[in-house]
Design a protein around this ligand. Structure first.
Ligand SMILES: *Cc1c(COP(=O)(O)O)cnc(C)c1O
Length: 476
């Protein structure tokens, strides 16, 4: 009882603690009020512990360095709470455009432009010649049209938004014809049938899962048909006894019937990727040339820019979209726009593109480079995991990701960690080890596959930073 009474007396007051030199820095950075709340909570907690006769706490209070260590704890807690949970990671998953890891990394030029747009006033929607209100699409439209041959272009928040606004602007309360084999789910609960509903359109499935003919489309056309749509089946491919209607055929039908035809390319690209030794992916221009009225594609998939949804095509239809009140809700933000303009500008010089655009640099990284890197870091892993696991450089396949070219894989090299044969609890060991890698100052994300922890090093560039932090890896 006595020790409790004297412990209460040792508790500092909130104001007294706030005057401590040790808290001056956090007060400067986070503000007096934030720190005060934390200090009060810490003292309350101590008071409760004393009331509960917690002898450990009472003993701590009697220590001469008590106030000092209390301040250190408060500063640590405050720093931890104020730190962002969004951190940079090493993407060694083998999926280059990884949606959960933020998709495309942006080129320097784009990052610089984004920084200016973020920190300064810009002529975002201001015409410097007339001094009147301008159009935010104007910064991109000319360039996009030149590159794709489109009459007009507009940009929204992401490609999902592009699909929604196209449907809602062109086929409100009307039927949209789409091949049954294209009723895809793109992940993150973006399913074409649900999207139709939320855009207030009526889905009309045409054909069967594996085969759709042109006559399936022409037979389905009625008074209530508003639109024909093709969706790039980006995350799977149906093989075998299949038939799909080509874009050219649908475009011809669209011309005859005057029903607009739009194509959701998903990833979409502005250049023929074969020039970089990559597989063919339909370009936006190819699709427009085939006769599509509108094409929608993502800014942060193969294009390699920021999250955005780009719509290009017939002027009349683009104008309709711009007049839709949803446009205001789905519009692209100024920082994103600034980055996207720079990325699209890089496409004007396709020959230098694979050096300047990170996504293309990743996808075209020579296997010899990847292999040499893996071999260089292998000994480090070996010494670190000696006796616990066998580590080797293994051939693996990187995926492009985000639904682009789903069946085309790129030869790559990985550090593969396999628990030693006589080890019990192999799976638990690998799970624990992969968690330790994710808890590094800059988390390392790999994948567990076939009884091994696999780190595909295709997307590893900061070798020095990577190696340096491995010493922080806790023993498993
Ligand atoms: C990825 C994708 C979308 C969605 O694009 P986001 O930019 O992720 O919003 C829509 N349609 C297709 C075919 C896609 O592949």
């Amino acid at each position: 009882m006595n020790s409790q009474v004297s412990a209460f007396k040792l508790l500092p007051s909130v104001d007294k603690l706030l005057q401590k030199e040790a808290l001056a820095d956090v007060i400067e950075v986070l503000g007096h009020d934030v720190v005060k709340v934390k200090v009060r909570a810490a003292i309350d907690q101590l008071r409760n512990a004393i009331a509960a006769n917690d002898l450990n706490v009472i003993k701590q209070l009697e220590s001469p360095s008590f106030i000092e260590s209390l301040c250190v704890k408060i500063v640590d807690d405050l720093n931890q709470e104020s730190a962002s949970t969004l951190v940079s990671v090493f993407n060694l998953t083998g999926t280059v455009i990884h949606t959960n890891l933020g998709r495309a990394r942006m080129p320097e030029e784009a990052v610089a432009a984004m920084s200016i747009a973020a920190s300064q006033a810009t002529n975002l929607e201001f015409d410097l010649e007339t001094g009147k209100r301008g159009d935010r699409d104007s910064h991109l439209e000319k360039c996009l049209c030149e590159m794709t041959g489109a009459e007009a272009a507009t940009v929204v928040n992401n490609n999902a938004a592009a699909v929604v606004i196209v449907l809602n602007s062109l086929a409100l309360q009307k039927e949209v014809l789409i091949s049954r084999g294209e009723l895809v789910e793109i992940g993150g609960a973006f399913r074409i049938p649900d999207v139709m509903k939320s855009a207030s359109c009526i889905l009309k499935e045409v054909g069967t899962t594996n085969r759709t003919h042109l006559r399936d489309f022409s037979d389905a056309i009625t008074e209530s048909t508003g639109l024909m749509m093709k969706v790039h089946t980006s995350n799977y491919e149906i093989r075998g006894f299949t038939k799909s209607v080509s874009e050219t055929e649908l475009c011809e039908l669209s011309r005859q019937t005057k029903i607009p035809f739009v194509s959701d390319l998903g990833s979409g690209t502005l250049v023929d990727l074969r020039q970089y030794g990559l597989p063919y992916e339909p370009t936006v221009k190819d699709t427009l040339d085939a006769g599509a009225d509108l094409v929608m594609f993502s800014g942060d998939k193969l294009l390699g820019g920021p999250q955005a949804g780009i719509i290009v095509g017939k002027r009349e239809l683009v104008e309709k979209i711009k007049r839709n009140p949803l446009k205001r809700a789905l519009r692209i933000d100024k920082v994103t726009l600034a980055g996207l303009v720079e990325v699209i500008n890089l496409y004007k010089d396709p020959r230098r593109l694979s050096k300047r655009l990170p996504i293309l640099k990743d996808l075209t990284r020579p296997l010899s480079d990847i292999n040499a890197l893996a071999e260089r870091i292998l000994p480090l892993f070996n010494s670190m995991l000696e006796g616990q696991a066998a580590v080797s450089v293994e051939a693996c396949k990187s995926q492009i990701g985000s639904g682009a070219l789903p069946l085309d894989l790129l030869a790559s090299r990985a550090i593969a960690i396999r628990p030693v044969a006589d080890r019990v609890g192999k799976d638990a060991f690998l799970t624990a080890l992969s968690l330790q890698f994710r808890r590094l100052p800059k988390p390392v994300v790999g994948r567990l596959h076939d009884g091994a922890l696999i780190f595909d090093v295709r997307c590893l560039y900061d070798e020095e930073g990577f190696v340096k932090q491995l010493k922080n890896l806790k023993a498993v």
